[in-house]
Design a binder for this molecule. Structure first.
Ligand SMILES: [Zn+2]
Length: 257
């Protein structure tokens, strides 16, 4: 599943392809958007900015309209030069934006909507998002407030996935960040002091920032490594579903005990 770093990296590439370039066409091939008339509504408008908040991406146009996208489990952004072969089938494209030098494509996009700028500010789902883990200045205070307002019996690993507490962390970075700071993902948040809660988020932030810079991920220490030896102590890495959504969490029972 794409996490905040993937989305921010996509925003950088999409922004570089569209910002300052005349848009030649916008297509919405998926039947769900056949009647939305986005090509007409966005006709002649330049892209003002492309930004990300957590796992959400916003393509803002000059006329005050914004395309909001969330990839959920399966979606993907692609940026290609004209004629270059797309990495997914054109049948799976939901949005295609062409400039002279680029084709920007959103594939398999379960959330793709055109909204006014003011709605992006007041939309309840978006307004509820916690501070972005990859924001230029991460709002530590807001993160701690939201964490403490939440159910204190929740495991910290589960709490880190709640986008209302901190936006952008997914299952991979949750597992890796807990490992990096030797924190047991099953520990109740009530028993995790502020310093440790901050340390785990900042560990995720640091690793995700590197991923945004390079566009690729380092080898995981525990994520996806159930039954394999912990790189620090050789104990077998454990895996078990956690939280209401039963997302698999990976951890070393010895280093993170
Ligand atoms: Zn270990």
């Amino acid at each position: 599943m794409p996490e905040g770093d993937t989305i921010r990296y996509a925003a950088k590439r999409v922004g570089a392809a569209l910002f300052g370039h005349q848009i030649r066409s916008i297509e919405t091939p998926h039947p769900r958007h056949a009647r939305d008339r986005w090509p007409e509504r966005l006709n002649g408008q330049a892209v003002r900015s492309v930004d990300a908040h957590g796992k959400h991406l916003f393509l803002r146009f000059e006329g005050g309209l914004t395309l909001h996208s969330h990839l959920r489990m399966t979606g993907k952004w692609g940026v290609y030069t004209p004629g270059q072969r797309w990495r997914r089938s054109p049948r799976r494209a939901w949005l295609v934006i062409r400039t002279k030098g680029h084709e920007v494509v959103q594939f398999d996009g379960p959330v793709l909507e055109l909204m006014t700028d003011s709605r992006t500010r007041f939309d309840q789902r978006l307004a509820a998002l916690g501070p972005d883990v990859l924001a230029d200045h991460f709002d530590e205070h807001a993160f701690l407030c939201r964490l403490r307002e939440d159910d204190p019996t929740r495991g910290i690993g589960d709490a880190l996935l709640d986008q209302r507490t901190v936006a952008g962390i997914g299952n991979l970075w949750k597992a890796e960040a807990c490992f990096a700071v030797s924190l047991d993902p099953w520990q109740r948040t009530a028993e995790v002091p502020d310093e440790e809660a901050l340390a785990v988020v900042l560990a995720a932030r640091g690793a995700m920032q590197k991923s945004v810079e390079k566009g690729l991920r380092m080898n995981a220490s525990v994520y996806g490594r159930a039954g394999l030896p912990c790189p620090r102590c050789n104990t077998r890495v454990q895996a078990r579903g956690q939280g209401e959504d039963n997302r698999t969490t990976f951890w070393c029972p010895r280093c993170q005990g």
